[in-house]
Ligand binder design. Sequence first.
Ligand SMILES: [Zn+2]
Length: 342
Amino acid sequence: MKAAFFKEHGGSDKIIYDEYRDPVSAAGEAVVRVRACALNHVDMLLLDGRYPPPEGLPHVNGCEVTGTVEATGAGVAGLTKGQRVIVFPGFSCGTCEFCLRGERTVCLRYGYLGAAKDGGYAELVKAPAANLLPLPEAISFEAGAAVPLAMLTSWHALIAQANLRPGQTVLVQAAGSGVGSAAIQIARLVGARVMTTVGSDDKVEFARSLGAEHVVNYRTQDFVEEAKKWTGKRGVDVVVEHIGGETFERSSYALTRLGTLVSIGSHDTHWGRLDLRHVYSKNLRILGTNLGSILELRTILDYLAAGRLKPVIDRTFALKDARAAVQHVLDRKNKGKVLLVP
Ligand SMILES: [Zn+2]
């Protein structure tokens, strides 16, 4: 098959579009013919070596995949060749203490498609059959591929972890990001009120169109002050934070008493400070979360099929142009998801 892979770490110039070994489905696995694959921040870490692929090089990135079933291994039932599917990107062992507790995203042997295993920057990709969900006809391959990581992570963060309720106020960091644009829509779906940050004025209208009531340009405005103004000095109930560093620290100051900060990423830096006096005196909750469950992904697909959630797609590139697609993301030129189509 053809794939866009890399043999050494570096920038987008290390990506090679060429022949690559065909995936073969072992027992319990399925091979999917990729129809669309979305790019992610984690792809960039894998490429430049900050998060080296556990199985070594060469490696194929790509954790968000939709396609059709191409082949199945022994013991796989319920999948037919040609069936439209979406791949749930998290792998868990099913037997460790945390899997047994039903908390598969903190499995001791947790891994992602496209990280622990070769991913979807390819014509074919392999995954455990249990990770495949039917993709409803109402959802295009492109829209489906824009969902599994960003939208699922934001969903799990707001619904399962922060327990967001109607009427509450939410600060979503970075409306232009995949998780940001998803979190705004999900918070609105719940009936919460949303303020968000953008890095340039040309993204203000975009953030409003997603349902944000108050949009702050963090380069020219202080989002903590704006959060206080917007809530009548009270502070917000929930912050969705995925930047790290000063943004993480200042996000905690935007919270009201009993407020919750959900940390779902560290796109700028892995470090962040907290003023502990704020944490204990205001009874703040600082929660970490990653991805979500297969059941939550199914729920999101229902909302997508009904037109009540819409993944934001920036641009689609042909798989052979993966190098240009990666550079587009590295240059932060995208407003929403960037996709590859074989
Ligand atoms: Zn496990």
